[in-house]
Design a protein around this ligand. Sequence first.
Ligand code: FMN
Ligand code: 173
Length: 359
Amino acid sequence: MNTGLAELREKARAVLDPVHYDYYAGGVGDEVVLGENEAAFRRLALLPRVLRGRATRDLTVDLPGGRLRLPVLVAPTAFHRLAHPEGEVATARAAAAAGTVLVSGVASTVAIGDVVAAARSVDATASVWFQLYPQPDEAVTACLVERAERAGCTALVVTVDSPVFGRHRRDAEHGFHDLPAGLATENMRDLPGGVRDIVMSPEVSWDHLDRLRETTSLPLWLKGVLHPRDAVLAVEHGVAGVVVSNHGGRQSDLAPAAVEALPAVVDAVAGRVPVVLDGGVRGGGDVAVALALGAAAVGVGRPVLWGLAADGAAGVGRVLDLLRDEFDHVLALCGGRDPADLTRDLVVTRGRGVSARCG
Ligand SMILES: Cc1cc2nc3c(=O)[nH]c(=O)nc-3n(C[C@H](O)[C@H](O)[C@H](O)COP(=O)(O)O)c2cc1C
Ligand SMILES: O=C(O)C(=O)c1ccccc1
């Protein structure tokens, strides 16, 4: 892990209530996938290319829903006000200042309108995307989509890896089930039927996705795809992009490491839509490896929460700065001028020799 990120994590651990630290840090079951997401990156190496670089590199990536000044976006995570009193307002300001996208979760502790306003107060052109779980009551889903549109979000991220709630052992041991008094999931107020809670339903289907897509003109990303066949279905159902993710090891503890699932999804999608990877990205080298394997960008979850807990918007800014700076450095070391120079032939599995050919 980048040492700056490790320091921020330790500072976060020191300042957070241990119950909340464990909520953020924990995974499902035995936390096998949680560990594997990071370990799988350490098993991969990048072959440098020589004598082809340039003095300054262009890190910009254009995605449906916004431009990123570095190929790192803020993955949706719940309950930012557990980390810092300003919560998602601070995260939004930092993401906007860094020139990247915040994917703001439906389970935010600040209403989406206020999150977008915070981002736009820093940069009037900032893009905020809204993440939601398709609700079995489609009137609730439609209402959430309308709120995101009215707030000015520029894309929707539909999370589909959660047919049931993840079983997080650390939360069960602490008895952590509810937000403390004074904090609430602000997007979940005044919904049709008096609904207040996010529902995870195994009955949500591709038909729900089709109907959701018909209710909005926003680009729609599907988050939580691991099987290449699902990636193909996602393209056929008209998504604008796919997020390869195992939810940071918080849903199935039998899932593969996210970066190990990436190449097959990239191949299946075959360039028709961009693919974003999240899970275990802990440094600029991980960003470079994911891009070389075909990701257009990566998402970071927990490191942003550590930065937020450690130092509010400045801490989140530090996380994004560290990742940008380290990614730029690794790109230079690979003889890269921009992210497109990171190609799959550069990626090597440690301990298995180098099989790259000179074609
Ligand atoms: C505390 C926490 C809360 C999360 N909440 C959500 C959520 O509400 N919606 C969602 O799609 N993903 C959620 N995620 C998953 C992240 O979007 C992302 O997939 C994951 O954190 C990436 O892994 P990383 O933490 O190793 O970077 C959450 C992750 C964490 C750690
Ligand atoms: O904790 C999570 O991983 C998560 O996705 C979530 C979902 C709904 C409410 C709060 C968190």
